[in-house]
Design a protein around this ligand. Structure first.
Ligand code: DGL
Length: 221
């Protein structure tokens, strides 16, 4: 699992639960995190460097447990290293749009992910009739990394969700997985009638890794 920082561990811990037969090791890039405000070229170069310890360790598959790195680098990695399956993380626009009753969803992601062509294509393909909010979460990854998830002020997100009618929130940066329970709790307290769903992709990633490795995960995903 590669992430710029602490996001990788959030996904890795779930993979270890669901794929107990696999050794899940992580690599990060503590010197250069956060990636989300960097240029695509920088993220691509740093990701190519960052996955090297995983390739050197003989991993059978490499997960880019980072939406930002996936958007900027996965196409190049797949082209340059065809022998290794790369699994990427992408914003869960498709399930969010499909499950939304109000037709309004919120995607929490880094600036680099939000401006990427991959994300634009996801919205065009799966959410053409959905109103997609993109709250400003640009300070979150650095805050989670340096000070911990508890310092992130969730009030602006909660207000935007409340005022827009959104009923699904997509966590499209793995650093934000550490905020999931707080976001759920604050939305439930603020909007008890609406039943807002908060999505993150760790289980789907485990299922994809299992398919790639040819070993079914514990939950039968
Ligand atoms: N955890 C990464 C992601 O999923 C990004 C955090 C960062 O900005 O480095 O996008």
């Amino acid at each position: 699992m590669f992430d710029s920082g602490r996001g990788g561990e959030a996904v890795a811990s779930r993979l270890r639960e669901l794929l107990p037969g696999s050794d899940v090791i992580t690599a990060d890039d503590a010197a250069n995190v956060p990636y989300g405000s960097r240029s695509d070229e920088e993220v691509e170069r740093l990701t190519a460097e960052g996955v090297k310890p995983l390739l050197d360790a003989g991993c059978d598959a490499v997960v880019l447990a980072c939406n930002t790195a996936t958007a900027a680098a996965i196409d190049h990695l797949r082209r340059d290293i065809p022998a290794i399956p790369f699994v990427g993380l992408e914003p869960m626009v498709k399930p969010a749009a499909a499950m939304s009753r109000s037709g309004v969803i919120a995607v929490c992601a880094t600036p680099a992910t939000l401006r990427s062509g991959r994300y634009q294509r996801l919205k065009d393909a799966w959410a053409p009739q959905t109103r997609v909010l993109e709250p400003d979460c640009s300070a979150w990854a650095a805050a989670v990394e340096r000070e911990g998830p508890e310092v992130v002020d969730l009030a602006p997100l909660v207000e935007e969700v409340r005022d827009s009618g959104a009923d699904v929130v997509v966590l499209a940066c793995t650093h934000y997985h550490w905020l999931k329970e707080r976001i759920e709790a604050q939305l439930a307290a603020e909007l008890p009638e609406r039943g807002v769903t908060v999505l993150e992709p760790s289980d789907a990633v485990a299922g994809q890794v299992a398919r790639v490795l040819g070993s079914p995960p514990r939950s039968g995903l």
